[in-house]
Design a protein around this ligand. Sequence first.
Ligand SMILES: NC(=O)c1ccc[n+]([C@@H]2O[C@H](COP(=O)([O-])OP(=O)(O)OC[C@H]3O[C@@H](n4cnc5c(N)ncnc54)[C@H](OP(=O)(O)O)[C@@H]3O)[C@@H](O)[C@H]2O)c1
Length: 449
Amino acid sequence: MFTNSPLTEAVLGGAEAGELATAPLPDTYRAAFLRREDQEIFRGEPDKDVRRTLRVGEVPMPELAPDEVVVAVMAAAVNYNTVWSATFEPLPSFQFLKHVARGGGWDTRHDQDFHVIGSDASGVVVRVGAAVRHWKVGDKVVVTPGAIDEQEPAAQQDGLLAERTLAWGFETNYGAFGDYTVVKGTQLIRKPRHLSWEEAACNALCLGTAYRMLISQHGARIKMGDVVLIWGATGGLGAYAVQLVQRAGGIPVGVVGSARKAALLEKMGCRHIINRQEIGFADSADSAEESNEMDRWRALGAAIRKQVGEDPHVVFEHVGKETFGASVFVARRGGSIVTCGSSTGYAHHYDNRHLWMRVKRIIGSHGANYQESVEANRLLELGLVVPTLSRVYPFAQVADATRSVQRNEHEGKVGVLCMAPEEGLGIEDPLLREQIGEDRLRLFRDHVS
Ligand SMILES: NC(=O)c1ccc[n+]([C@@H]2O[C@H](COP(=O)([O-])OP(=O)(O)OC[C@H]3O[C@@H](n4cnc5c(N)ncnc54)[C@H](OP(=O)(O)O)[C@@H]3O)[C@@H](O)[C@H]2O)c1
């Protein structure tokens, strides 16, 4: 650890709220960040290796706004947006920070020559702004990524409708990868008591997103018996989607890219598994042009019908260009394609006849509003959904952790220890843990090891 401040020592020593509140905030803290001067580093390079841009060092502690809290981060997790940020794709994140700073006042703090990234964390509240009502120093929390402007009228209907809904640690600074982070009070949710710091840190972004896409009134609203096709079914989003469909009484059909991932999916209890490599959905970004895409779409539809006997009510999309046409094609008459991303390219191609003539719907979804995040977290607290943490890296290796996600070598979620000196700390309810079962809670880690 770089900074050994009295506050850091108090947090690590499990100090009471009074001691945490009086220990001075350090002026700087250890963090993983991008540098403005690296923005052009990958120009013309085919492999945008995130290990070249993600640095570890000290950054200044920002001043605290009245609606914010400082959280001592015990653990964090890598998201695909970490890859976007560290490759400066689709545009350098410093442009987001500049945009935020145009709000003036407190917002100007975000526009720095460094960008501390990361959008999933667990930790302990160590400072509370004067306007924060529902949280106090000492609370053990998980941070949700949605930094929503709750003063915008539209946010009262749905936080995602507010113009200034920003992804913390992606579109804002002072993200998860540090010993501290500064977030809005309305980003906090209770840490599930049966989970370790790293298990608690890995869920909010992907589980919340999958919850909104599938369960919430703003998404596909799946019901009992629905067949749901899930791309990347052991990935960050997909592995939560599988669990949500199972718990909702639906029938998940999981698509994966290797036999190893198929084996993990089987362990999750998913009966219908398609290895995309076997039906022409290779990794190449040009595969759509190289092979007859209609053949691939038909092959996917046939594989689903062979296994399940019917077409999907819902397709869970985030792969984008490589798969979207197939997703629109295979959804059943009246079905939905719910999408939140485009890893393989934003400009999608699909045959619109399949959409309109068979009265299908495309639903755009982004993150989760505060209530959806709390509801998704409750499923974790009840043990209905379990974390999908597969590997945990020490802080110094945050770039390696991100690289594994960039290269699609990971399964589920990849964690990073921040202040937590080792794995397995922070469990407050071992009895509940026992009831839920170590085998379920460790399924992804045991598969990897
Ligand atoms: N808008 C939002 O709120 C939001 C939230 C979370 C994520 N996202 C976006 O959603 C995307 C996925 O995120 P994630 O966290 O799930 O990432 P992830 O952990 O990398 O998982 C993505 C999965 O996609 C599959 N995949 C990769 N290349 C593919 C291809 N060419 N064809 C078919 N499948 C392919 C991989 O599974 P196999 O290799 O096994 O097929 C991989 O496990 C990213 O673009 C991310 O930015 C958006």
